[in-house]
Design a protein around this ligand. Structure first.
Ligand SMILES: [Zn+2]
Ligand SMILES: [Zn+2]
Length: 74
């Protein structure tokens, strides 16, 4: 039953991919969102500052607008 083996392999691959996607989604971005971006997000928008757009492309918070990209150490 070669076919069953292939089906199992495909199902396993899909499950693995799905779990990886969930793990990536759950991971909150480190640091603090810049004030202007938080305000825009509250209105359901993306901040339109060029610096913030550029930072968002790299999945980061804009440091020019006082956002941070690292966990605050206690
Ligand atoms: Zn911003
Ligand atoms: Zn900015």
């Amino acid at each position: 039953m070669k076919f069953v083996k292939i089906l199992t392999a495909v199902a396993f691959a899909v499950a693995l991919t799905a779990s990886l996607a969930v793990a990536a989604d759950k991971k909150a971005p480190p640091g603090k969102v810049a004030g202007c971006c938080a305000k825009a997000a509250k209105d359901g928008k993306a901040c339109d500052h060029a610096c913030c757009v550029e930072a968002a492309k790299g999945n980061k918070n804009c440091e020019k607008c006082k956002g941070t990209n690292e966990e605050k150490k206690k």
